[in-house]
Structures are given as structure tokens and as C-alpha cells.
Design a protein around this ligand. Structure first.
Ligand code: ADP
Length: 305
């Protein structure tokens, strides 16, 4: 699908499918087009071209939308005077969901104790839980969660990670967005990475880690130039690290150590390092280079795409 706002392209010929039974992370820096994509799938904004399908059908064609897909997008407006319970009960009624689901859902998100409180007076963390409760009310097999950990305290973040994984283990199709690689590494087993509205990667988290956590040898030395000359003469690629240390890619610790020993240069440190996943992700999205999982498996049709 493509979505333009005037001349600006928010989503650029993006195409992917999401499979059931696992958490699919939707990763991209702020402004990459994640929310827009989710809003198109949920029928909240019209794509310029293309479409988003849930279980093979566009959102407006779903017969019982709340039972087929749950979405946690931006904080929804709640009726200021209504209690948490009545907010959900109203939603249940208008969607012909049995009222018994309200208490079940409140228990699921840990809001039983505030069921009688005014929805508008909730703390941010509690309001997030209420938003999730609304998404889960219809017990839907497909869930779209846009940055669900944003604004939560550490305990809330742990709780939501556990909940998301449990929901996936139950066989649901879950697309959860984040602008943090570290968050995705903890919850997702599959990754869709986008940058400037374009698809950058569609791959398993393990494959993404294997491809992107390139290790390098770090050298700290008072003889920068000599070390560089020695490395260059040996045909080894060296670059300058963020703190001024020399970073060598494509050579082992042993090879670098032997080179340095043979040329009697002084070094203060020679060590093996791994670029963090967060760095790999930032590099990938900053460059916005084409990164396609050409060696990866062909994915069978998902329930959402
Ligand atoms: P993300 O969710 O990844 O942070 P968004 O989907 O919110 O990204 O935004 C994608 C791009 O589209 C951004 O450049 C944003 O400024 C732009 N955008 C989003 N919504 C609108 C809108 N209603 N009008 C104009 N531009 C928008």
C-alpha cells in the first residue's frame, strides 16, 4: 500500500503479511509510517493506493469487527463521566459482545480494582490498560498494537510483554509496533522493519540478529597511525570508532594480535566487540538501503496483510 499526505509519502509501496501464532514486530524510527499503516489496516484512513486486509478482507467488510480484530492505536477518547466498567460495557453492547466479557477482560489486563473509577481519571499506565482491554474485549484472533509499552513504568512493560507473548501462544496474529530494537528483541519472533515508509526487512528476529550483529576487533593505541598503516598493509579494513578507537572488521582477534606483535606497536587494548542491535537497526534505517530477505523462506499467506 501507499499513503501520501499531499506531496509527502508516509507509506511507500509497503507490502507484508503477518502470520498467526507469533509476535510480529513492526519496527521503524518515529515517522517511518507504522501508525499510518495500522490506521489503514483498521479502516481509519484511506490508502492512496493498495489496501490492508484482515483475514483476507478489508476492515469495512468485517461482519463483527471487534471480534475479528482488536487494535490499540493512539489513546482513545473516553466518555469523561463513565466508569472503566461502563466504558467497556458500552463498547460490548454496541458490538453485541456478552457483558460477561467485561469482567473477564478487566481481569486479563489487571483493572478489576479500578472498575468503578472514572475512566477519564486514570493514570497513564491504567489508561493504557483500558485501551488494551477495549482491543481485547471481543477476544479477537488478530491484534494490532501501536507502541503499547510507551509511557508504561518498568513493571507495566514487563507485564505487557508477557501478555503479548501469551496472546501469540494462543495462536493469535499479533502485529506490535515499536521504534526500539531492544523492545522488539524481547517480544517479537518475526520482524517487519520499515524506514521512510519503505520495507527494509521482513525476516525472523534470529536472522536479523545474525545478519546485523557484526562483530569487530577494537584497538586502543597511542600509535594510531602506525597501527593503521600495519593494518592497511595487511589488507585489513579499519575504521574509526565513536570514541576514537580503531575498529577492524573482517579479521579475527588472533590475526590482529599477531599483526600488532609482529610490528612491535604499542597497544592499550585489543578486544572483540559486537555492534549492538540498536546500532544495527539505526544504521539500517538511517541509510534506508534496500535490505530484503532474499535468502529467507517464502511465507505462507498470513491472516493479515
Ligand atoms: P510512525 O508511526 O512510524 O511514527 P507515522 O505513520 O505516524 O509514523 O507517520 C509517517 C509520516 O506521515 C510522518 O512523516 C508523519 O509526519 C506523516 N503523517 C502522519 N499522519 C499525517 C497526517 N494526518 N497529515 C500529514 N502527515 C502525516
Amino acid at each position: 500500500m501507499t499513503k501520501r499526505y499531499g506531496a509527502a509519502v508516509a507509506v511507500d509501496e509497503l507490502s507484508f503479511q503477518v502470520r498467526p501464532g507469533q509476535v510480529t514486530g513492526f519496527l521503524g524510527p518515529n515517522g517511518a509510517g507504522k501508525s499510518t499503516t495500522m490506521r489503514v489496516i483498521m479502516g481509519l484512513c484511506r490508502p492512496t493506493s493498495g489496501y490492508g486486509l484482515i483475514d483476507g478482507r478489508p476492515y469495512p467488510e468485517l461482519e463483527r469487527p471487534l471480534r475479528q480484530v482488536g487494535a490499540f492505536l493512539e489513546a482513545k477518547a473516553v466518555h469523561p463521566g463513565r466508569s472503566v466498567y461502563h466504558h467497556l460495557a458500552g463498547l460490548a453492547k454496541s458490538n453485541r459482545i456478552p457483558e460477561s466479557r467485561v469482567n473477564e477482560t478487566l481481569a486479563l489486563v489487571g483493572l478489576q480494582t479500578v472498575a468503578r473509577k472514572r475512566a477519564a481519571g486514570l493514570s497513564l499506565g491504567m489508561a493504557q490498560r483500558l485501551g488494551l482491554a477495549a482491543a481485547l474485549l471481543g477476544n479477537p484472533p488478530v491484534l494490532l498494537l501501536d507502541e503499547p509499552v510507551n509511557g508504561l513504568d518498568p513493571e507495566g512493560i514487563l507485564w505487557i510483554r508477557g501478555l503479548i507473548r501469551r496472546l501469540a501462544d494462543e495462536g493469535r496474529t499479533i502485529l506490535v509496533s515499536s521504534h526500539l530494537m531492544s523492545e522488539m528483541a524481547l517480544t517479537a519472533s518475526h520482524l517487519i522493519v520499515i524506514g521512510r515508509g519503505r520495507l527494509l526487512a521482513d525476516t525472523t528476529i534470529d536472522d536479523f540478529i545474525a545478519r546485523n550483529s557484526r562483530s569487530f576487533v577494537r584497538i586502543r593505541t597511542p600509535e594510531q597511525e602506525r597501527v593503521r598503516d600495519v593494518l592497511t598493509a595487511a589488507g585489513v579494513e579499519a575504521r574509526r570508532g565513536p570514541d576514537g578507537a580503531i575498529e577492524v572488521v573482517g579479521a579475527s582477534l588472533e590475526q590482529v594480535g599477531e599483526l600488532i606483535g609482529r610490528h612491535h606497536v604499542t597497544v592499550h587494548e585489543v578486544s572483540m566487540r559486537s555492534a549492538s542491535l540498536e546500532e544495527a537497526f539505526m544504521q539500517l534505517t538511517a541509510d534506508s538501503v534496500e535490505y530484503r530477505d532474499d535468502a529467507g523462506p517464502a511465507f505462507p499467506a498470513g491472516r493479515m496483510g
